[in-house]
Design a protein around this ligand. Structure first.
Ligand code: ATP
Ligand code: MG
Length: 207
């Protein structure tokens, strides 16, 4: 037991995984709110490689999703972006993400931040047991989804209310494909990047 005010204090690191195709203000406000409520030192955003959950639609190139995430988080000194999933071959599994981050930050406590929709799939994830050993899970509210889940294991998951932003990446893609604005749904730099790289223009690839 370290003495008070002495010994090393464990760093508290939030992990925000996502496809981020594109990253939007719902992701950013969730990360910011959890960082505040849980006194996190930093939040690492981790864009997925080829996400196995979304194999029905072509996901934008990992490099584009990575760069949009960098653009969106660059101005916040607490936020950073990791390439671990983008650079790993094959589909992204949360166990791999957390194992790799643990190896990089051996003496930190990890807090995996996930929206209500993703949380409800938690038990369909592989190695759920191991997940809870690797990180503390924080489920955040998301408009249109229920946060409460009677099956959640005790102590493993905290449920947190964040300012409600009814924004999804799917809706942003549909908007771009149909010529509607995404200003103020995603950061300005991300609007510009989508335009520059001509992302989401093909309506068949939005859903
Ligand atoms: P898509 O529509 O393509 O599924 P998305 O908006 O759900 O995109 P993801 O990259 O799938 O974005 O989500 C990453 C994480 O952020 C997930 O845990 C998701 O639940 C959470 N999240 C996404 N949007 C919001 C939001 N508006 N409020 C709270 N959490 C959110
Ligand atoms: Mg999603």
């Amino acid at each position: 037991q370290p003495e008070l005010g002495d010994g090393p204090v464990k760093k508290r690191i939030g992990v925000m995984g996502g496809t981020f195709d594109p990253i939007h203000h719902g992701h950013l406000v969730a990360a910011s709110e959890v960082a505040s409520q849980f006194h996190l030192d930093e939040v690492i955003f981790v864009p997925t490689g080829e996400p196995w959950q979304k194999d029905r639609r072509p996901v934008s190139p990992a490099e584009d999703r990575y760069l949009m995430t960098v653009i969106a988080t660059a101005s916040n000194p607490q936020f950073s972006v990791s390439r671990i999933d983008v650079d790993r071959k094959g589909p992204t599994y949360t166990t791999d993400t957390l194992r790799d981050l643990r190896a990089e930050h051996a003496d930190a406590d990890l807090f995996f931040i996930t929206g209500a929709d993703a949380l409800s799939q938690i038990f369909s994830w592989r190695n759920a047991e191991e997940l809870f050993d690797l990180a503390h899970f924080i489920g955040v509210t998301r408009p249109g989804h229920t946060l409460s889940d009677p099956g959640l294991p005790e102590g493993g998951v905290s449920l947190v209310e964040v300012p409600a932003l009814a924004i999804s990446s799917t809706d942003c893609r549909v908007r771009v494909a149909s010529g509607e604005p995404v200003w103020y749904l995603v950061p300005d730099g991300v609007v510009r990047y989508i335009d520059k790289r001509r992302l989401y223009l093909d309506p068949s690839s939005t859903n």
